[in-house]
Design a protein around this ligand. Structure first.
Ligand SMILES: O=c1[nH]c(=O)c2ncn([C@@H]3O[C@H](COP(=O)(O)OP(=O)(O)OP(=O)(O)O)[C@@H](O)[C@H]3O)c2[nH]1
Ligand SMILES: [Mg+2]
Length: 199
């Protein structure tokens, strides 16, 4: 049996990489990683993820995955969305809560768009994972971004930051998107390999 296709996960975020490694543990996929902060387009989430992956395939000159993560406040019609990185950096956990002070609706969803591409110039496929919840005052280990202020609906009242890593990964936006990507790859390995080898 041929070895699984070698794919590089391109990201500048060490915590994302940790979670991806944990989620894929035990699966037959072979993932390398490359630390690279890619420029990100502004606009619709799908366009941002596609363009990021196109650039990643060029930079790695081979098969890649990458992902873009959004935190979308329903009262704000999906904002900050893909811009959460900059809102978190400037406003912190307290500021994210204050953004919703004028609204009764504190619900939000975390979204992860994984993108897969067999190489430069090859098609980009997207996999969309979402977890619904609400924005709360920070609780739990403050190790990853906005984890302390996001309480998933299905967590039994815990924030992502209060959950065990394996429990978060089982219901997370990232876990859901990556599971879809893995299943697609395992079912379409021949198609993907052909794209990888075609010039
Ligand atoms: O608490 C968190 N729990 C998560 O599960 C999670 N996933 C991503 N993030 C943060 O949300 C922003 C996304 O921006 P982002 O997708 O552009 O990521 P990034 O720029 O850090 O890495 P990358 O684009 O090189 O892959 C960045 O601030 C990430 O740190 C998370 N925070
Ligand atoms: Mg980024």
């Amino acid at each position: 049996m041929a070895a699984p296709p070698r794919i590089t996960f391109v990201t500048g975020n060490a915590k994302k990489l940790e979670e991806v490694v944990a989620i894929l543990r035990g699966s037959p996929l072979s993932i390398a990683s490359r630390k690279l902060d890619l420029p990100e387009l502004q606009g619709e989430p799908e366009d941002i993820a596609r363009e990021k992956c196109r650039l990643a395939a060029q930079a790695a000159n081979g098969a890649v995955i990458c992902e873009d993560t959004l935190l979308c406040f329903n009262a704000l019609r999906g904002l900050p969305g893909p811009y959460i990185k900059w809102f978190l950096a400037k406003l912190g956990h307290d500021g994210l809560n204050k953004m919703l002070a004028a609204y009764d609706d504190k619900t939000a969803y975390a979204q992860c768009l994984f993108a897969l591409c067999a190489g430069p110039g090859k098609p980009v496929r997207l996999f969309d994972g979402r977890t619904h919840g609400s924005i709360v005052p920070p609780r739990g280990d403050n190790q990853f971004g906005w984890d302390p202020v996001f309480e998933p609906t299905e967590s039994g009242g815990l924030t992502y930051a209060e959950m065990a890593v394996c429990d978060k990964n089982a219901i997370s936006h990232r876990g859901r998107a990556l599971t879809q990507l893995r299943d697609w790859l395992l079912a379409n390995e021949d198609t993907f390999r052909a794209e990888m080898s075609r010039q």
